[in-house]
Design a protein around this ligand. Structure first.
Ligand SMILES: [Zn+2]
Length: 489
C-alpha cells in the first residue's frame, strides 16, 4: 500500500514522468546478519600489506598525464609509496608480494559515481517500456512483494561481485537501510559513499521524515572515520522532498560534515514540475534554498541551462553523468562537454541495474565519449583521456575524494587495477602507445585482471577473493525465482 500511495501522490502532484532513480525511494530493506563468507581465512595474497604491482604500463591519471611504460607501483599499509619504472622499484621491493601486470595497464580503480546496488536483482525484469508502465505495472509490485532484508544484502553482494570483477573500486549508492549495504561493502573490501535516502513519503524503513533523519544520523555516526565507508545523506530529489526538508537535510549534512547526494535536472518532467511550483528550474531552485556547495553530488544533470552550468562550477557542485540510463528512458543527453569546459567536476555512473541494465563502467566511458561527439557534432570533444578521467580522477573530484583516490600518486590510498591488453579486440597496439585510446574504446570489463582496494588484493587473476560467487549466485537466483514465480516468501 505504501508504494501505491507514493506513486499516487507523485502523480496527483502533476509529475508526468518519473526517473528510474525514484525507485530508490520506494524500496524497503532491513539488515541484521553478517555474511558467512566474511569470517573465512584470508588468502596469502589477500592479507599481504606490502605489494608491488609490476610489469605494465602505469597510467597514473595525475595532473601531468604521467604514463610509465614497463612501470610499477609499490603499496604499503594501504597507501601508494612509490610509482616509477620497474627497474627502479623492483630491487627496493623484492620482499613485497608481487602482482604481475603481464604487459597490461596499471591504472586507478574506477569510480561509479551513481547507483542503487540492490536493484541488480530486478535486472531485466521489464525493459523497453514507457516509464510509468514500467514502474506501476512491473517494478513497484515486485518491490512491494519481494524487497526485504535478505533482498538488499544479496543484491549488494551480487552488485559488488559485478563491480569488483569489472574494476570498480569505489561506488556511490543511494538506497534505504543503507547500513546493511555498508556492512556488505565492508565485508567485500570495496570503498563506497553510501547515502541514506530521505524522501517525503512513508518509506518501508522509516515511516516519517523524523524517523529517517534519526536513522541517517545514527548511520553516519556508526561509520564515522571508517577507512573505506563514507556515510552520506541522500535527499532523493527536488520534487520528492520539500523545500523545508531540503534545507534541513543540507544543514545536517553540513553539521555532520558528510556528502549530500541528490538526483537533479534528470528529466523534463522534473523541470516542468519544479518550474510550475517555484518559477525556477531545478538548479536555480536549489540555489535559492542556499544548499548548493562542494558537498553536493548531483546525479544526471541532463538539463542545466548555460547559466546553471556556470553556477554549478562556481558552487563546486559535483555531477554524476549516467549516459546509458539517460539513453534507455530517452531522457536526453547531459551537456557534459560544456560542464567540463566550465570547470564542473563530472564523474560517471551506471545508475541502478533495473534501468541500465548492468554496472559496467567501461561501457559508460565509451558511451559518454561518443554521445558527447554525436550531440555536439564535434568528434574532438570529450577525448579518450577525458573519458577515462571521468571514471577516475574527475569522479574522485566530483565526490570530494580527489586527495585520496582517483590517481596513482605517492601518499594516496592504494585503489588500483590491472587491465590485460592482450585480447584480440585490443591488438595490435602495445599498451604504451596510446593507453587512453586502448582503455576508452577497446577495453571490456572482462579484461580486468587484478583489483586492489585500500592496499588489499580483492580480485586476483579475475577471481573475486572476498565473496563466495557460487553462493551469491545461488541466493540471487532463489530470490529472482520468487520474483518471476510471483510468489511471496
Ligand atoms: Zn538514481
Amino acid at each position: 500500500m505504501i508504494f501505491r500511495t507514493m506513486i499516487s501522490d507523485i502523480l496527483s502532484t502533476g509529475l508526468r514522468r518519473i526517473s528510474p532513480c525514484a525507485l530508490a525511494g520506494c524500496l524497503a530493506l532491513a539488515c541484521q546478519t553478517a555474511p558467512d563468507w566474511a569470517g573465512r581465512a584470508q588468502t596469502e595474497s589477500e592479507s599481504a600489506t606490502h605489494l608491488l604491482v609490476t610489469g605494465g604500463t602505469v597510467v597514473t591519471m595525475d595532473d601531468e598525464g604521467t604514463v610509465i611504460p614497463d612501470g610499477a607501483v609499490a603499496i604499503e599499509d594501504g597507501r601508494i609509496t612509490a610509482v616509477g619504472p620497474r627497474a627502479e622499484l623492483q630491487p627496493a621491493h623484492a620482499e613485497a608480494y608481487q602482482v604481475s601486470a603481464d604487459g597490461g595497464v596499471i591504472m586507478p580503480g574506477l569510480i561509479n559515481a551513481h547507483t542503487h546496488v540492490p536493484m541488480v536483482l530486478f535486472r531485466g525484469l521489464a525493459d523497453d517500456l514507457e516509464l510509468m508502465d514500467w514502474l506501476e505495472n512491473h517494478i513497484f509490485p515486485a518491490e512491494a512483494e519481494h524487497v526485504d532484508e535478505e533482498f538488499v544484502r544479496v543484491g549488494t553482494r551480487l552488485a559488488c561481485l559485478e563491480m569488483l570483477r569489472g574494476g570498480i573500486t569505489t561506488f556511490v549508492d543511494g538506497y534505504y537501510f543503507e547500513d546493511a549495504i555498508a556492512e556488505e561493502v565492508e565485508a567485500c573490501g570495496m570503498r563506497a559513499v553510501l547515502g541514506s535516502t530521505l524522501i517525503d513519503f512513508p518509506a518501508p524503513d522509516n515511516e516519517t521524515w523524523e524517523e529517517a533523519i534519526a536513522y541517517a544520523r545514527a548511520f553516519i555516526e556508526k561509520w564515522r572515520g571508517h577507512s573505506t565507508i563514507t556515510a552520506a545523506l541522500g535527499p532523493h530529489s527536488s520534487y520528492t522532498v520539500s523545500a523545508e526538508h531540503l534545507v534541513e537535510a543540507h544543514a545536517i549534512a553540513t553539521a555532520l560534515d558528510v556528502p549530500l547526494l541528490i538526483h537533479l535536472a534528470e528529466d523534463r518532467g522534473e523541470i516542468e514540475r519544479v518550474t510550475q511550483a517555484t518559477g525556477m528550474t531545478s538548479v536555480d531552485y536549489l540555489e535559492s534554498l542556499g544548499i548548493l556547495d562542494q558537498r553536493v553530488l548531483a546525479a544526471h544533470m541532463v538539463f542545466p541551462s548555460p547559466s546553471e552550468i556556470e553556477l554549478l562550477a562556481h558552487r563546486d557542485v559535483g555531477v554524476a553523468h549516467c549516459p546509458q540510463s539517460n539513453m534507455k528512458i530517452a531522457a536526453g543527453v547531459a551537456p557534459v562537454a560544456a560542464m567540463i569546459e566550465a570547470g564542473v567536476a563530472v564523474g560517471l555512473g551506471t545508475d541502478g541495474a533495473a534501468s541500465n541494465n548492468d554496472l559496467n563502467l567501461w561501457e559508460e566511458i565509451d558511451t559518454a565519449a561518443k554521445l558527447a561527439k554525436v550531440t555536439t557534432g564535434d568528434p574532438t570533444v570529450l577525448d579518450a583521456r577525458q573519458a577515462i578521467a571521468m571514471a577516475t580522477i574527475e569522479g574522485a573530484r566530483a565526490i570530494g575524494m580527489a586527495a585520496d583516490i582517483g590517481s596513482l600518486e605517492v601518499g594516496k590510498r592504494a585503489d588500483l587495477i590491472v587491465v590485460s591488453a592482450d585480447g584480440f579486440h585490443q591488438q595490435p597496439q602495445p599498451a604504451a602507445l596510446n593507453p587512453y585510446s586502448l582503455l576508452a574504446y577497446a577495453t571490456k570489463a572482462s579484461d580486468v585482471r587484478h583489483v586492489i582496494v585500500e592496499g588489499r588484493l580483492v580480485v586476483e587473476n579475475g577471481r573475486v577473493l572476498t565473496l563466495d560467487a557460487d553462493t551469491v549466485l545461488e541466493e540471487a537466483t532463489a530470490i529472482r525465482r520468487r520474483i518471476t514465480d510471483g510468489s511471496s516468501h
